[in-house]
Design a protein around this ligand. Structure first.
Ligand SMILES: NC(=O)C1=CN([C@@H]2O[C@H](COP(=O)(O)OP(=O)(O)OC[C@H]3O[C@@H](n4cnc5c(N)ncnc54)[C@H](OP(=O)(O)O)[C@@H]3O)[C@@H](O)[C@H]2O)C=CC1
Ligand SMILES: CC(C)(CO)C(=O)C(=O)O
Length: 312
């Protein structure tokens, strides 16, 4: 299959490189020039044991590419609209575009640009970490990816994509409830992302030691508000057990684990807060559900971002 990764950071490289290894024709597209140069010069390197080098072409944009069969969007959510607008030339009548990003709202942004008939969605528990430019740690073993049509239908095209991912060793299931899966993960990201980013704490003190009970209380309040919004939207969640969802966020993750939002702050980068707690707050406003705790966390994270980017 001819596949283009829009955004070849930690997770885009993980998916793109693994799909290329399995024999697909893969193109990695990323605006970070040193990455593109490094991958084209010495290949994409996975920190496996031992290292694996995957030869896969990388590009700074899609200008020189033709129409592909399948596009996976893996930029951070705040860059979704821009990246899809810049990649219209590779999207033909039969191209399928899938967001595997965290957060809520990416599918709508993509559909606004190319039409909803070409858009499918996915949620993944696969992990990627960029250890150095073009040098990536991938966590694939026993990590599920769920994909689905926005309509919930089990179509031939979604099954074909699942087959391609499974053939590359990425365990994938087609779901008829992709919106439910999006919200299951949204609750997890909203509960832990902002609280860890604001406090600067890894999971250990929060989950293993339970040193600060107030953090768990606030995290659970975030989840409760999210479930209330999901109810109004008729979203089918996997579980509504608030405490279970709180602990699911830390399943199989080590003491020193840092959420993606904390990692963004540590790299002095913008966060996906608008698509995590911000999305719950926006949907709450739309459906008449109060979300004061989520709104407070959005305000705190945005305040920190402002301070970071407006230093005098
Ligand atoms: N990493 C992980 O383990 C997981 C990540 N996710 C989700 O996956 C998504 C991607 O995350 P992750 O890979 O960690 O993020 P990264 O920041 O590592 O990767 C995103 C990449 O996209 C690049 N980019 C930004 N704008 C454009 C553009 N217009 N065109 C091309 N490339 C662009 C960025 O470049 P630059 O940095 O120069 O802006 C960066 O290299 C997020 O939604 C995240 O929440 C979900 C599950 C696990
Ligand atoms: C690992 C997890 C699920 C947070 O718990 C995550 O997706 C993130 O860090 O963004």
């Amino acid at each position: 299959m001819k596949i283009c990764l829009l955004g070849a950071g930690a997770l885009g490289s993980t998916f793109g490189g693994t799909l290329a290894e399995a024999g697909n024709e893969v193109y990695l597209v990323d605006i970070f020039k040193p990455y593109v140069e490094a991958v084209n010069k010495r290949g994409l390197i996975f920190a496996d044991e031992p290292d694996t080098v995957v030869r896969v072409p990388a590009f700074e944009n899609t200008k020189s590419l033709d129409v592909v069969d399948f596009v996976i969007v893996l930029v951070k959510s705040f860059a979704t609209r821009e990246v899809i607008n810049s990649a219209k030339n590779i999207i033909g009548d039969h191209t399928v575009v899938m967001s595997l990003q965290n957060g809520f709202g990416n599918e709508n942004m993509i559909a606004d640009v190319i039409g909803s008939d070409k858009v499918v969605s996915g949620k993944t528990y696969v992990g990627g970490g960029m250890l150095d430019v073009g040098y990536v740690r991938r966590t694939i073993k026993n990590k599920m990816t769920y994909i689905g049509e926005l309509t919930g239908k089990k179509t031939e095209r979604i099954q074909k994509i699942a087959d391609v991912l499974n053939a590359a060793g990425m365990m994938t299931e087609v779901s008829d409830n992709i919106m439910g899966l999006i919200w299951d993960k949204l609750l997890i990201n909203a509960a832990t992302g902002a609280l860890t980013a604001i406090t600067g704490l890894p999971y250990g003190p929060i989950y293993q030691d339970e040193s600060i009970p107030e953090i768990k209380q606030v995290g659970m309040a975030v989840i409760r508000e999210g479930i209330a919004v999901a109810h109004k939207k008729n979203i089918r969640l996997k579980t509504e057990d608030v405490e279970k969802i709180w602990y699911m966020a830390a399943e199989n993750l080590p003491y020193e684990f840092k959420t993606s939002m904390l990692q963004s702050f540590e790299r002095k980068m913008k966060t996906e807060i608008d698509y995590f707690n911000g999305a719950i707050a926006r949907e709450g406003d739309k459906f008449g559900v109060e979300t004061p705790i989520n709104k407070t966390l959005v305000a705190c994270v945005k305040g920190i971002e402002y301070r970071m980017f407006n230093k005098k």
